[in-house]
Each structure stands twice: as C-alpha cells, then as structure tokens.
Design a binder for this molecule. Structure first.
Ligand code: NAP
Length: 330
C-alpha cells in the first residue's frame, strides 16, 4: 500500500510517500480502507522526533482516520465489513490502509463525510476530555479557549457552547476571529497585541466582567498561558492541553494558592489506552450533538496524499482554520 513514511526524524522534507507493507488485523482489530486522515499538531512533533511517544522507524505517522471496514480480526463484534467508520490510532493513519483496535473504531453517522469523520477524531475527543472528564464544566460557566481557531480550539469552542457555557475565544488574527464567531464564540480576544499581559486581561474583563474566567482550555503555552492565569475567577480551573507556541510555561505556586486556582493536566491518548469505554461514551455524545447540528467539524482544505507537504505545512505555518485533511487513495 502507499503510505507516508518516516525513515528519519526531522523536517517535513524527510517524510516520503512510498510503499509500505499492508497491515493485517489481529484479535480484536479492524482493517480499514482509509479515505481521509486529518492532520493534528502532534503529527508535526512525531515527524520531528520531539513527541513523548515515538514508534520504532520506519513508521507511518497520523492519528485520525475515516474509511470503510475491509476486514475484521477474531472476536470483533461491534463493526463489520462495509461499515463507514472513524478511528483513532497512535500512528499509521496517513496510509491507504490501517489496522485499528475495535474499541477505538466508531460507526459514523450516515450523513457524515469521510473528511468530517477524520476531522472529528482526536480534536473533539480532546475537547470532550478537557471539558467533561477533566474540568466537569457546568452550564453557565465562563470558558476561555486559547488557540481557538485551531483543531482542538475550535472543537472546544463548539462543545463548550453546546453544553451551555459563555465562550471567550482567543486568536491571533481577524480571519481567525471571524471563524470563531461563526462557530459560536460569544466574545473574541486577540493575542496579536502589544503588551499581551495587560491587554489580555483588559480584553477578557471587558468581555465577561472582573469576576473573570471559570475555566481556561489552554492550547498555546508561553505568554498566552501566563496571560490566561491572570484572568481567572476565584476557584477557576485551567486545563493544560498543549504548547503549540513552543514554550512550556513555569508556574508560581503562590499564585495558585491566593486565587484557589486548579491546574489540570490532560493527555487524551491515556483515555484511549486506559478507559476505552469512556471514549466510546464520548463518541455517542459527540455524534448525537453532531446530528443535532451543534457540532460541525470545519475542514478548511483537503489535499490528495501526494500533496502531504502542503497539508502538513499549513498546520506548521500556523495557518490552519479548523482542520486540514489528507485524502486517499493516491
Ligand atoms: N493534551 C492532549 O491530549 C492533546 C491532544 C491533541 C492536541 N494537543 C495539543 O493541543 C494543541 C493544539 O493542537 P491542534 O491540533 O489543535 O493544533 P492547531 O490546529 O495547529 O492549532 C494550534 C493553535 O495554536 C496557536 N499557535 C500559537 N503559536 C503557534 C505556533 N508557533 N505554531 C502553531 N500554532 C500556534 C494558533 O492559534 P493563534 O494563531 O490564534 O495563536 C493555532 O490555531 C497542540 O499543542 C497539541 O500538541 C494535546
């Protein structure tokens, strides 16, 4: 089969499109003919060799896919050959075929396209884990989403809004501001401003009042994380989702003490490995909200597999609006 292959970690140019051995499903596994796979920021870290979880080389990267079940291994009962499914794996999605665990393979709603299915994977699961599992968000709370026009960010905006929050979205451009407004954000604050530390607080307080933010969903790290800590309400929670900006922040514990702030970590893949039943319940809920029109993955572009560099570069260059999808077969 054709696949994107990491022979050596490094720049995107080191990745190649070539032949890779066809996988076959073992016990409890499902073989999927992949029609679409979406790009996630962590794919760049995996390809670059800086991600926390790296497979032995050569390997096929990619964590989100949608396609048609081609074969099932022993003991598989929840999906059958011909089902349209989306699935998540640690790596292997950027290929014409992939083997996934049955427990992480979900039959898609009939009206969902393969591109939407691939875009509804890791980012929506991460949003659900952050908002529901880690933060136990309540309707009526004020929620700040940083990096809000990216994949995880936009999923957080849509889901928090669907579950009854007042959503403040932080973005770095007017184009991104329009996107988050169109996707349900009640207020938009900008991070491309001089003196972010002071300006961010002024913008957020102007939007929601000086009481501040009950829940921060933080995707960016660095100065945006630091500024976000200063807008939190008494007993606020901040879920650490990622560091797309590159700097992992340090935190002064005294600051957490005086404002009763909770910092909460999240690694979505742990839920896949440790509690797949929680993931299954999350997808039942996400699909129901999708069918009600409350969630809608936003696919900004679809690239055929041979144009993989352009697809990955869009995310690397911070230009992604929602999600970018790679389509198969070649
Ligand atoms: N914890 C988990 O389990 C988990 C799961 C999936 C992803 N993640 C993490 O969550 C974060 C978001 O992932 P994603 O797939 O949604 O990424 P994405 O689509 O590329 O969005 C990232 C956003 O971060 C902002 N950003 C700031 N500085 C950036 C830079 N130097 N390069 C790229 N983006 C920058 C951008 O918004 P502005 O331009 O508006 O600032 C961008 O929209 C990443 O850190 C990723 O590693 C964590």
């Amino acid at each position: 089969m054709k696949a994107l292959i990491v022979q050596e970690h490094g720049a995107l140019e080191k990745l190649s499109l070539g032949d890779f051995p066809d996988p076959s499903p073992g016990k409890g596994e499902v073989l999927v003919d992949v029609h679409a796979a979406s790009v996630n920021f962590p794919d760049l870290l995996v390809i670059g060799g800086t991600y926390q979880n790296l497979p032995p080389r050569p390997f096929v990267p990619g964590k989100d896919l949608a396609g048609v079940v081609a074969a099932v291994g022993e003991g598989v009962t929840r999906v059958k050959v011909g089902d349209r499914v989306l699935a998540q794996i640690e790596h292997g999605a950027f290929a014409e075929r992939a083997v996934v665990r049955e427990v992480l393979c979900f039959v898609m709603p009939a009206k969902m396209s393969f591109a939407d299915g691939a875009a509804m994977g890791l980012v929506y699961l991460t949003a659900h884990n952050a908002i529901v599992e880690r933060a136990a968000m309540k309707a009526g709370e004020t929620v700040l989403v940083t990096g809000a026009a990216g994949g995880v960010g936009l999923a957080c905006v849509q889901l928090a809004k669907a579950l009854g929050a007042t959503v403040v979205a932080a973005v770095s451009s007017e184009e991104k501001a329009r996107l988050v407004r169109d996707n349900g954000a009640d207020h938009v604050v900008r991070t491309d401003v001089p003196d972010l530390r002071e300006s961010f607080r002024n913008q957020v307080f102007e939007a929601v009042g000086k009481r501040g933010i009950d829940l921060v969903l933080e995707n960016v790290g660095g100065d945006v994380f630091d500024a976000s800590l200063r807008v939190m309400a008494w007993c606020g929670r901040l879920v650490i989702i990622g560091f797309a900006g590159g700097r992992i922040p340090d935190v002064k514990a005294g600051y957490l003490l005086v404002k009763n702030i909770s910092l909460i970590g999240l690694q979505s893949s742990d839920y896949r490995e440790r509690t797949p039943e929680v993931v299954r319940k999350a997808y039942e809920r996400l699909f129901a909200l999708y069918e009600q029109g409350k969630l809608q993955p936003r696919v900004m572009a679809r690239y055929p597999m041979q144009d993989y560099v352009a697809a990955l570069q869009t995310v690397k260059d911070r230009k992604v609006l929602g999600k970018v999808v790679i389509t198969m077969p070649v």
